[in-house]
Design a binder for this molecule. Sequence first.
Ligand SMILES: [Zn+2]
Length: 59
Amino acid sequence: MICDFCKKELKKGTGKMFVFNSGKITFFCSSKCEKYFFMNRSVKYWKWNKHESRSKVTR
Ligand SMILES: [Zn+2]
């Protein structure tokens, strides 16, 4: 597994696993990476959302 934020390789049993509602699974080497990952995500999402039309965001 690879940390989804810093892309470092993780050993099994270390780090954190996060399962999205969509079923996508991500791994983080630390809670710091987890935090930053979600911070980045929401920033990108909001920037993108302002740029694009809202209709593209709805599933
Ligand atoms: Zn990491």
